[in-house]
Design a protein around this ligand. Sequence first.
Ligand SMILES: Cc1cc2nc3c(=O)[nH]c(=O)nc-3n(C[C@H](O)[C@H](O)[C@H](O)COP(=O)(O)OP(=O)(O)OC[C@H]3O[C@@H](n4cnc5c(N)ncnc54)[C@H](O)[C@@H]3O)c2cc1C
Length: 383
Amino acid sequence: MNRYDVLVTGGGIAGVSVGYELASDRSVCLLEMEATLAFHTTGRSAAAFLESYGGPIIRQLTVSSRSFFESPPEGFDGPLMTSRPLLWLGPVGADGDIRALEAEVKPLVPSVRLVDPDEALEINPILRREYLELGLLEPGAMELDVSALHQGYVRGLRQRGGAINTSSGVVGLSSVDGMWRAVTRNGDEYEAPVVVNASGAWGDEVAALAGVAPVGLHPLRRTLFMVGAPDGMHVADLPLTGDVGGTFYVKPEGGAQYLCSPADETPSPPCDAKVDELDVAQAIDRIRAATILEARHVRSSWAGLRTFTADRSPIACYEPGSDGFFWLVGQGGYGIQTAPALARVAAALVRHDDLPRDVADRGLEAGHMHRDRLGDKTEPTSH
Ligand SMILES: Cc1cc2nc3c(=O)[nH]c(=O)nc-3n(C[C@H](O)[C@H](O)[C@H](O)COP(=O)(O)OP(=O)(O)OC[C@H]3O[C@@H](n4cnc5c(N)ncnc54)[C@H](O)[C@@H]3O)c2cc1C
């Protein structure tokens, strides 16, 4: 029998980051069902750090993660982030949405500012003038090195004495006298008083193994693909640009390519998500209407599952009445940019400590992370 203080299920960014934080004073074993870590959502993201994105809890966690990305601890290969401003587009008729977004995010992100169509075109010359009524610029938005972040957490977890076992999908979870016993598909057994469920889209399924009621996770598929940049145009420093209504976004990748998305949200069971060509075609229509990107040839494409709770904010809490079963799920489309702060918050809650001071100072409370806040809400709100 392998005995630890904490078992973590899932080796995406959530699992490795909380494992790293907990391993500073506990023995930790992370169990991942795939043969490689970060195979699912973590390996498929758009790698953006956007402080104006998501609801209030997401923004508090994102802003609180910034200092970690700027000055990572020893053992992380930097830089973990580089500048990539964000331009939200308000198409004709959507200027009210842009103004509402500005009012909402300004208190936490004072650098955001409105831009008229002329300035928006100066900032991003691939835009079509007639598409746009008003823009919102987030000058401090960044691009993340997701692989360096994930690898840094993996290295740090191991250096702190943690174990990481791949090809170890948990298929059974039972609790006897305050001790959880996990059985993996290959028949290995592990014991610990605490299990952290960081299983992404599979979070409710892992809970079911433990006899714990689902929180109501909704995996929603999102598509990304690469096209060429406009000929002869220097695009490397142009901003990530997306419609405030969530119908598409585009981001330069190096000097010659664009990463594109229809910002789709198609319900899916937990799985190895695959691209539906119709989503790509829809994105190309929308992108051509708003920009001069021709997107004639799709160079590569992939899809991943963004997994949401009913109110689109993550849950980090012990399951009420179930000794030692801890949820760390529902990171949606923000799980990379929030990982450093969310891991510190989750580790504090696992230890029954107060929330980290910097996060609490931004208004986050333990109750905001608890599943009880959802009440009986089960269907996700639209974005
Ligand atoms: C297209 C796309 C773009 C995105 N863009 C961004 C972005 O720009 N910025 C941002 O911050 N976020 C972005 N995200 C969201 C971000 O990628 C996710 O929030 C984050 O990766 C979730 O991490 P996770 O560890 O919870 O899930 P995952 O990475 O999916 O990890 C969960 C792990 O649990 C494992 N597992 C499941 N069941 C078991 C079991 N029974 N036993 C053991 N292991 C198990 C799985 O194999 C998996 O490896 C994007 C997501 C997508 C799909």
